[in-house]
Design a protein around this ligand. Structure first.
Ligand SMILES: Nc1ncnc2c1ncn2[C@@H]1O[C@H](COP(=O)(O)OP(=O)(O)O)[C@@H](O)[C@H]1O
Ligand SMILES: O=C(O)C1=C[C@@H](OP(=O)(O)O)[C@@H](O)[C@H](O)C1
Ligand SMILES: [Mg+2]
Length: 156
């Protein structure tokens, strides 16, 4: 959360002309509900299943594309296996300090300003990103630079 995936994804889409699929946006439209409302009324497991369904639907399309995932996609192994099989997984590695300053007071149900809780979530997620990512970029810099670093690493 707050690493800049959605922001950088849009920059990459403009620069490459690849289509972009924002999973959070697709889920919101399909469920006709906001993400906080889905979490509140249906729970996280339901949301993760919806994420999985959207991934399954888009990854094997033949067009060149960028998937703007939610940061919690790593919580569901089935989703990650599909991504690993089909895609290059990019980790936008961002300090917890920057994440916290970017999204404080935002509309993300799993974000909390409680330092212990968010530090534990951050550390656990970092282990998962480390496990699954093909490429890691420094996301503690301007989004345009993050996008350039990704294109450089992918040689696009
Ligand atoms: N590299 C960056 N530097 C500073 N602010 C950023 C950066 N990337 C994103 N932001 C800002 O942080 C917030 C969260 O960005 P977003 O792209 O939605 O992150 P994510 O999709 O990873 O949760 C937005 O207000 C966005 O404008
Ligand atoms: O980290 C998470 O568990 C989540 C991240 C959010 O997306 P962003 O990473 O774009 O904030 C969104 O999918 C949902 O609030 C859950
Ligand atoms: Mg996002």
């Amino acid at each position: 959360m707050g690493a800049g995936k959605t922001t950088v994804g849009k920059v990459l889409s403009k620069r490459t002309s690849y289509d972009i699929y924002s999973l959070d946006e697709m889920i919101t439209i399909r469920e006709n509900a906001t993400i906080p409302s889905i979490f509140k009324h249906k729970g996280e497991a339901y949301f993760r299943h919806k994420e999985y369904e959207v991934v399954k639907e888009v990854v094997f399309k033949q067009n060149k594309k960028i998937l703007d995932c939610g940061g919690g996609i790593v919580e569901k192994e089935d989703s990650m296996k599909l991504l690993k099989k089909s895609s290059t997984i990019i980790w936008l590695n961002c300090s917890l300090e920057n994440i916290t300053s970017r999204i404080n007071g935002d509309n993300r149900p799993l974000f909390t300003p409680n330092k212990n809780v968010i530090t534990n979530l951050y550390k656990r997620r970092c282990t998962l990103y480390e496990k699954w990512a093909d490429i890691r970029v420094n996301a503690d810099q301007d989004p345009l630079k993050v996008a350039s670093e990704i294109l450089f690493q992918l040689q696009i």
